[in-house]
Every structure is written in C-alpha cells, then in structure tokens.
Design a protein around this ligand. Structure first.
Ligand code: CAA
Length: 379
C-alpha cells in the first residue's frame, strides 16, 4: 500500500490550486453575492483539461484516473464550490456516462466537445414528484418513425441554463417500473425544449440550477443512449461515480473551513491571547482535521477502486455521505470560531456553510447513501 501522490497527481494538484487561486478566488464573493455565472473560469477549466479529466484522449479527454479528478475537484471546491459543481457534473455525470454507455457516433459528436469544454453538459433525472424515488418519473418519450417525442418536466438541473447538451432520463414504456426508463441526449436548440427561471438557492449561488421543460421535443433515434429500458441502470451507475466527485467537492469545502478557522484563530485575540491558545478552539480544529482526513481517505479509496475496475458504488456512497457531513460540521465550526465575524458576509466563511449543505442533498441525499450502504450490509 502506498499513500504517496504520484508526480502526475502532484502536478494536477498544483495546477488546480494555481488556477483556483488566480482565476477563482479574486471574485468568488462577488459572484456568490450577485449570483454571477463563472463564464471565464469555466472556459479556462476547459482549456486546462478539467472538464473531461477521465474521458478518453480519443475523444479529447485527459485520460486521467479518478484519483486525479478527486484531487482537482478538492482544490477547486476549496476556493469556489459553485464552480466545482459545474466541473463535477460535466466530468462525472455527463462525460462519464457518454464514455461508458454512448456509442461511437455519440462520443464523436458530443463527448469530444464536452470533454474539451467546447460544450457544457447537464444531467437530468429528478422531477417535481421524484427525487430520492428516482424511477417514479412522468417524463415520457413516445416512439415515432424517426425517433421519439419527449414531453415532461425535469427539476433541480445543475447547468440547466448554461448547458448545450442535456442527458435526460425518460419513460419509453409505462407501468413496468424502472425497466421502462431510457436515456437520451437532448440538444438545447431542439424545438420544444425550454429552460425555467434560475432557482433561488441557499448556496452554490453562482452555479445555475433550473427546471427544464420538454414539450413534444423531437429526439432523433440516434440520440438514445444504450437500449430502451437501460436508462435507470445507466443513471444509477453513473451516479456512483458522480458521488465520488461530490465527496471531493465536500472535502474542498471542509478543508477551506479548517484553513480559515486556523488562520483566524491565530489572529483573533480575546483575553489578551490568540484564541488558538484556548483548548476549546484547539479541540475543534483537531476534530475537524481528523474528520477531514478520514473523509479524504474514503474518497480516495472509492476513486482507487474505480480506477482498478473494482466495485465502488458502496464506497462512493460512504465517501459522499461522510465527506458531506464533515463539510457541514467543519463549516459550521468555522463560523462558530469566527463568532460574529463568521455570521456576516465579509469573511466569506458563512458561504462555506451555505455551500456545504447541498453536498448532503444532491446526487443522492445522505439518507439515500445510507440506504445504499445498508442494503450492501444486509444482502
Ligand atoms: N448501478 C447500476 N444499477 C443499479 C444501481 C447502481 N448503482 N443500483 C441499483 N441498480 C439497479 C438494480 O440492480 C435494479 O435492477 P434489477 O431490477 O434488474 O435488479 C434497478 O436498478 C432498481 O434498483 P432498486 O430496486 O434498488 O431501486 P430503488 O427504486 O429501490 O432505488 C435508490 C434505489 C438507491 C433509492 C435510487 O433510486 C437512488 O439512488 N436514488 C437517488 C437518486 C439520485 O441520486 N438523484 C440525484 C439526482 S441527479 C443530481 O443531483 C445531479 C445534479 O445536477 C447535481
């Protein structure tokens, strides 16, 4: 067993860190405050190869391992969690889905542009009535001579407004449960496809989250991914990998919280001493640091299993569950250590707490991760 990062991993970490410091940090609070989409940063991420890190070089991807992806995600999320979710969805939900389940036509036409950041992707599974119970969908794709006519509404779609291509799960057969679900590639320009207003969110405010509406959208038959009826397994299989990305995002938020808390506690004086000299603060920092390291190890382990072609769904659920809970706890403690200064916006640490919350919700709530883990224990 070897816990060292390879030279390549170290280089990726440094590149991601430099990018985050130089391109994301300067205006991160302004973007959060005013809900400004990080257009330039997303473009730059594409140029640096961060938008399709694990995709095959045959389709303009970076051909990197999942550990590299975790490392880059953590560094970027540490500075700007909103930008990191844009990256995460494009990498581990959109590019990974197309890489694994798409055919060569779909990879050539879409993946090769998505992996390079020339197009941006979104993934849409949830609907107003179906979140955790993901197969309970109503969006329907009716078969026609040349393809399908898609109708329905999708909810909570990250990148919903700014994406060029959306992967959509829809029923192609009713009353057969998840076996009636299929997965399609839908382009923004297709007739009948429209985007709802941006959701007003607690955190990750500069990322975009919208509803999507499909009103008899004509989908060519070559845009069906895999076979009819494969869609649910494609989506859940893809979310296993997505959860590693969200675990890494949570890690970044948690690490940022720890670093901000350490820095502030060394500067802030009360009772004529830096507050870092009080055990009450030291114990908080210690607990944060152990929790973060354990979350990091779980996340890297899930990525390692994926890289080695082993089953990783349960470990990805563990990593996402633990890292997101650690992010929530660490960011809350960070605000607590900052006291009144933590509660106002100027220090930017309340943003960490607001951003952490979503990591316990999207790509499967903490409760869903517990279901996945419990099922594996009791099977
Ligand atoms: N990979 C592949 N197939 C899987 C799978 C996996 N991880 N998990 C289950 N399946 C298969 C099962 O084998 C089963 O197939 P068979 O019937 O052929 O055996 C089928 O899928 C149905 O499985 P279940 O009966 O276990 O399904 P369920 O309805 O009980 O649901 C669940 C299980 C774990 C709750 C699942 O629905 C789930 O993960 N829900 C959460 C959905 C989610 O994560 N949504 C996030 C939305 S996307 C998002 O947030 C994106 C964004 O923009 C950031």
């Amino acid at each position: 067993m070897n816990f060292d990062l390879t030279q390549e991993h170290k280089l990726i970490k440094q590149t991601a860190r430099d990018f985050a410091q130089n391109e994301l940090l300067p205006k991160v609070l302004e973007r959060d405050e005013n809900k400004i989409w990080p257009a330039d940063a997303i473009k730059k991420m594409g140029e640096l190869g961060f938008m399709g890190m694990m995709a095959s070089p045959d389709y303009n991807g970076g051909g990197m391992d999942a550990i590299s992806y975790v490392i880059a995600m953590e560094e970027i999320a540490k500075v700007d969690a909103a930008a990191s979710v844009v990256m995460s969805v494009n990498n581990s939900l959109v590019c990974s889905l197309l890489e694994k389940y798409g055919n060569s036509f779909q990879k050539e036409k879409y993946l090769s542009k998505l992996a390079k950041g020339k197009l941006l992707g979104a993934f849409s599974l949830s609907e107003p009535q179906s979140g955790s119970d993901a197969s309970n969908m109503l969006t329907f794709a009716r078969k026609t001579e040349n393809g399908y006519l898609l109708s329905g509404t999708k909810n909570w779609v990250t990148n919903g407004k700014n994406s060029d291509v959306v992967l959509v799960a829809a029923l192609t057969e009713k009353d057969v449960g998840h076996k009636g679900i299929s997965c399609f590639i839908v382009e923004k320009g297709f007739n009948g496809f429209s985007v709802g207003k941006p959701e007003k969110k607690l955190g990750i405010k500069s990322s975009d989250t919208t509803e999507l509406y499909f009103d008899n959208v004509e989908i060519p038959k070559e845009n069906l991914i895999g076979n009819e009826g494969d869609g649910f397994k494609i989506c859940l299989g893809t979310l296993d990998g997505g959860r590693i990305g969200i675990a890494a995002q949570a890690l970044g938020i948690a690490q940022a919280s720890l670093e901000a808390a350490i820095n502030y506690s060394k500067e802030r004086k009360q009772f004529n001493k830096p507050i870092s000299s009080f055990q009450a603060i030291q114990f908080k920092l210690t607990d944060m640091s152990i929790a973060i390291e354990s979350a990091r190890l779980l996340t890297i382990k899930a990525a390692w299993l994926k890289d080695n072609g082993l089953n990783y769904g349960v470990e990805a659920a563990m990593a996402k569950l633990h890292a997101s809970e650690v992010a929530m706890k660490a960011s809350t403690e960070c605000v607590q250590i900052h006291g009144g200064y933590g509660y106002i916006r100027d220090y930017g640490v309340e943003r960490l707490m607001r951003d952490a919350k979503i990591t316990q919700i999207y790509e499967g709530t903490s409760e869903v991760q517990r279901v996945v883990i419990a099922r594996s224990l009791l099977k």
